[in-house]
Write a protein of this length. Structure first.
Length: 721
């Protein structure tokens, strides 16, 4: 008999015994009162395990069991009580009950709080921690927040976080890249369910490859995380976690349409078989692009068709061992007119898969996870002559990554220790790389110790050693401390170092573009970029009303890799990759969430960023100093919700060039505001419709956007659970 059945059986015995006592003492002046009930999540209608239920102004209470059942008995002459049910991460529920008889049965439904401080996160420490108790500051965007925002892709959801800037590069690539506190996309590690994403085009990784309706939540760690994740995590980590598998059959389908020929459709299936939980997803996205200036021959927005498929499998091999298989396939076709002569065509094909075994409590608290993953990214860029249809080959890149790891964690007294070993073998074939093929291998180990010093303080220390076949060895430390001044407050202080290894193309690129007139060559002598980061977080919340968070960050960056201008040769500008700059950056974020009523919430955030190039004394280019996010969400009735969101982006600086020669003038890119709105209506328990508009104020900057102006969308979602 398993634990759940045993618990339910004992619960029934207890209930029967109390009912017999009631019959025995029903004529007594001091009768036994029994409250029997069940507690649910109001959204999912699933039972809540371990919820706290008690009678106000008494010490009488209990916890709900594995099935959400609870039982309270009391001897009292009173026949009126106030029953209070609470659960961390949910709004409390109060219910006045009158015992006009000795036994009453009720059901309670708790509404989730958007604070969600008790959800499990893994990215900051590579082990499971409650969000409020992780020593490494972590931001989470959950499924409900994504739905309320009306985001059509991941970049729109991320853009509403302070410290995050999304660059929409529509000039022939259609790549949407993310910047964290001034660190560009090449400094940000992108994971999907823990799988390292590859496929950078010109150093940039497109974060919009994963469809938004496949996302369960997004975990974000700002600042250097190289002590855990190595190169590319110098600026932070974004872990995109897709929909979880469950033990029941479920089906979700989503279909939406919008401006500029937008059409998004997806279907997701969970079909459990015995102890196995397979899930299958397929999605299709289409966009017709846009042209803001009909007087120029080139398009401003790239048209695309994107196909995404995902198959996941989870199951228990035995009581302590779990198997996970995650695979994804992505195919994208882009096209846009780049001149009066050419249309640009891009095709990206990607496959990634990870097989993982997790063994828990092998010996006492010792857990181990081992996995192997394989990724392929195939990029092709061609130009088609409009008049003749002739295809002019442009650029082709094939990248492969084989990666394996062994991770462990265990508790030893007040120490929570985790660590591991991993290897990577990477190969690239590109007509822009010297000899067209290059490869590398990497071995690394890391160790981290989280010490619970006492009830109000925790210390975390970690170190990682990377041994790379090209750039040599790197030792990366990290230290953090978390204080708990009260049950509802946290102070986190951390010091971390980061690095980014030169990419294959930065090391070995050899490319001449005669049409534009430049020649770029790589530099095999490049050194890794390095940074030191100091961070402080102050956090305070009330479970039902508000959440306040203040974040400070300071970075020193050396050996920053850029292109160095060497002059003109054969009428071509000559550039070479080089370690050039030393840069300091500092940033601060202020975020507050306020829930005055259970049907209304407000969010306000302000972000400040500044920087200094120590060689030129200039601030970094194309960086906004100020960013503001404001939103409110209103639930009119149980089935209707409305959100309104405002964004402000401060001015940016860009150097003015004429024929690749700096004129000495700086160009100011004006600040701007964006307004968005979204409406959700629940037609039935299984059917939901939504509609909205982005960029209500129709802001357009044809030179420095580009963005298409006002966009509308409407969709229908069906869920069977």
């Amino acid at each position: 008999m398993n634990n759940t059945h045993t618990f339910s059986f004992l619960y029934k015995i207890k209930l029967a015994g109390i009912l017999l006592l009631l019959l025995s003492f029903s004529n007594s002046n001091n009768a036994q009162n029994v409250i029997n009930g069940k507690i649910y999540d109001s959204n999912t209608k699933l039972p809540l395990v371990g919820a706290n239920i008690y009678l106000e102004n008494t010490s009488i209470g209990t916890l709900s069991d594995e099935n959400g059942n609870f039982l309270i008995s009391t001897k009292s002459n009173k026949n009126r009580f106030k029953l209070i049910a609470s659960y961390i991460g949910y709004f409390s529920e109060e219910k006045d009950i009158e015992l006009n008889k000795n036994y009453i049965s009720i059901e309670l439904y708790l509404k989730p709080s958007l604070l969600n401080l008790d959800q499990i996160v893994v990215t900051g420490t590579r082990t499971e921690r409650f969000l409020k108790d992780t020593p490494v500051s972590t931001r989470v965007i959950n499924k409900e927040q994504i739905q309320n925002s009306g985001a059509s892709d991941i970049k729109q959801a991320l853009s509403e976080i302070n410290g995050i800037v999304i660059h929409e590069n529509q000039f022939g690539t259609g790549v949407n890249t993310v910047e964290i506190q001034g660190f560009g996309s090449q400094h940000v590690q992108i994971l999907v369910d823990g799988i390292k994403m590859i496929g950078r085009v010109n150093g940039e990784l497109d974060i919009s490859t994963i469809p938004i309706n496949q996302v369960e939540k997004i975990e974000l760690v700002k600042g250097a995380a190289s002590a855990l994740y190595g190169s590319e995590a110098m600026g932070g980590v974004i872990n995109i976690i897709t929909n979880k598998m469950n033990n029941d059959f479920s089906m979700t389908s989503d279909l939406s349409t919008g401006s500029y020929g937008r059409l998004d459709g997806s279907i997701n299936l969970n079909v459990p078989v015995n102890n196995w939980r397979p899930s299958l997803n397929f999605s299709y996205r289409k966009y017709d692009g846009y042209d803001l200036n009909k007087l120029t021959p080139s398009d401003d927005g790239t048209a695309y068709k994107k196909y995404h498929g995902q198959f996941n499998l989870n199951g228990n091999l035995n009581e302590n061992t779990e198997l996970n298989l995650r695979t994804l396939f992505f195919n994208e076709n882009q096209n846009s007119q780049s001149s009066i002569i050419f249309r640009d065509r891009i095709e990206n094909i990607q496959f990634a898969g990870r097989l993982e075994l997790t063994s828990k409590q092998i010996i006492n608290s010792f857990n181990m996870k081992t996995g192997i993953e394989y990724s392929v990214f195939d990029h092709t860029y061609d130009q088609k002559v409009i008049s003749s249809g002739f295809i002019k080959n442009g650029d082709a890149t094939l990248e492969k990554l084989l990666r394996g790891d062994v991770l462990f964690d265990f508790a030893l007294g007040k120490n929570l220790i985790n660590g591991g070993y991993s290897f990577e073998y990477e190969i690239i074939g590109s007509d822009r790389v010297i000899n067209e093929n290059q490869n590398s291998n990497l071995n690394n180990i890391f160790l981290q110790d989280e010490i619970v010093i006492n009830d109000w303080s925790t210390f975390l220390g970690g170190i990682r050693l990377d041994a790379h076949s090209i750039y040599g060895s790197q030792l990366t430390p990290k230290a953090a401390v978390m204080f708990k001044p009260s049950i509802n407050s946290r102070i986190r202080v951390s010091y971390s170092e980061g690095f980014r290894a030169p990419s294959f193309k930065e090391l070995y690129i050899e490319y001449v573009n005669l049409n534009v007139g430049y020649h770029i060559t790589g530099n095999p002598e490049l050194r890794p970029e390095k940074s030191t980061s100091l961070q402080t977080d102050i956090e305070y919340w009330n479970d039902n009303n508000y959440h306040l968070k203040i974040h400070f960050n300071y970075n020193q960056i050396s050996n920053l890799i850029d292109y160095k201008y060497l002059g003109i040769e054969d009428n071509n500008g000559i550039y070479k990759t080089a370690n050039l700059e030393k840069v300091n950056t500092w940033a601060g974020d202020f975020d507050v969430e306020y829930f005055p009523y259970d049907f209304l919430n407000f969010k306000f955030g302000y972000g400040y960023f500044d920087s200094k190039d120590l060689q030129t004394n200039d601030q970094l280019l194309l960086k906004s100093k100020h960013k503001i996010n404001f939103s409110f969400n209103l639930n009119f009735i149980e089935y209707l919700s409305f959100s309104f969101r405002v964004q402000f982006f401060g001015k940016q600086i860009w150097k003015d060039y004429e024929e690749i020669i700096y004129t000495g003038r700086n160009e100011v890119i004006s600040s701007y505001w964006l307004f968005h709105t979204n409406l959700n209506y629940k037609i039935s328990e299984k059917l939901n419709t939504y509609l909205g508009m982005r960029n209500l104020n129709n802001y357009i900057n044809k030179t420095w956007g580009p963005m298409p102006g006002r966009e509308w969308y409407i969709g229908l979602k069906y869920e069977y659970k």
